[in-house]
Design a protein around this ligand. Structure first.
Ligand code: NAP
Length: 281
């Protein structure tokens, strides 16, 4: 039976560290790290994500500002708002909550955020720095996954990792961070011919497809580390991309959904806000 990884506990520990750093920064410089979230015609899930981030800021002594813009907001208006936040020295981190309404070019919006305030780590400059292992702000969910892996005390070098999903938010930046840890990385997607075979050879499986129970328990190699990024609402509640009970029978370590990667992702975001604030003067 797998060891259950407690994402809430790990997340709280990072938030404790974030809080200490924020206090120290304020004592030294008077700066209170501040996150601005921009939400356009937010659907229920986006509003709840932003509220979660606001609450985490409150708990850690960070300031947060939320701009709730109507769904009718034009791309030009949104870009203007982001530009104003870029120029506001009291704002250190900016997130444009995705998804954005149809008709707004996500690429333009992501690229409009100043790389120095891009606490989601989605700007092309930060993704370039990530590829080059040259600093910058690292995307939060991939950072959360790596924080879990690094904390296990298991030797990863040379082991096989399979990432299911190749999005710019999770799969692709994560594959880069896993390579940096000397894992042998395979990235799977909807056209992967033998997903079961790929997963069954992996020592580390990260599921980030957004498909409930896509990764079957019987595919998991005995002793593998299974990290479930997926969040899929079902009538029975939120579930991940991994068939949890069956996978837990075979895995060495496993993350639950909820209570796994999610709380750590929020903690990593706040860590990025403090990092951005610390380099802003
Ligand atoms: P996304 O942009 O929709 O990307 C999904 C990826 O999964 C795509 O690359 C897609 O392949 C692949 N995929 C979908 N169905 C598949 C299948 N049947 N077999 C193999 N690959 C498949 O999603 P995302 O933004 O990366 O998010 C993925 C999941 O993680 C979602 O459930 C999201 O809610 C969750 N998430 C959680 C957190 C957290 O903090 N816990 C943070 C971010 C995301 P193609 O490229 O071929 O289409």
């Amino acid at each position: 039976m797998a060891v259950l990884i407690d994402g809430r506990k790990l997340g709280n520990s990072i938030l404790g560290d974030v809080s200490e750093r924020a206090v120290a920064l304020a004592a030294r410089t008077g700066i209170v790290p501040t996150l601005a979230a921009v939400l356009v015609g937010g659907d229920g899930a986006s509003v709840s994500y932003v509220r979660q981030k606001e609450r985490a800021c409150e708990r850690t002594g960070l300031r947060s500002v939320t701009l709730m813009l109507p769904a009718s907001t034009s791309e030009a208006e949104l870009l203007e708002r982001i530009d104003a936040l870029n120029r506001d020295s009291a704002i250190h981190g900016i997130i444009a909550q995705l998804p954005l309404p149809a008709g707004i070019d996500v690429e333009k919006v992501v690229s409009a955020v100043s790389p120095a305030k891009d606490v989601d780590g989605f700007h092309p400059v930060n993704l370039g720095l990530l590829m080059r292992n040259a600093g910058g702000l690292v995307p939060c969910t991939p950072a959360a996954v790596c924080h879990i892996l690094d904390g296990l005390g298991v030797s990863l070098a040379g082991k096989r990792a399979v990432v299911v999903g190749r999005s710019l938010v999770v799969g692709r930046p994560l594959s880069c961070l896993l390579l940096r840890r000397d894992l042998t990385v395979t990235v799977c997607h909807t056209l992967t011919e033998d997903l079961a075979g790929e997963v069954s050879r992996a020592d580390v499986v990260v599921a980030a497809a957004g498909r409930a129970a896509l990764v079957r328990g019987e595919w998991v190699k005995p002793g593998a580390i299974v990290i479930d990024v997926g969040t899929n609402p079902t009538p029975a509640g939120l579930v991940g991309d991994v068939e949890f009970a069956a996978a837990a029978e075979r895995a060495g370590y496993i993350t639950p959904v909820p209570g796994g990667v999610g709380p750590l992702t929020v903690a990593m975001l706040l860590r990025n806000v403090v990092k951005a604030a610390s380099t802003s003067f």
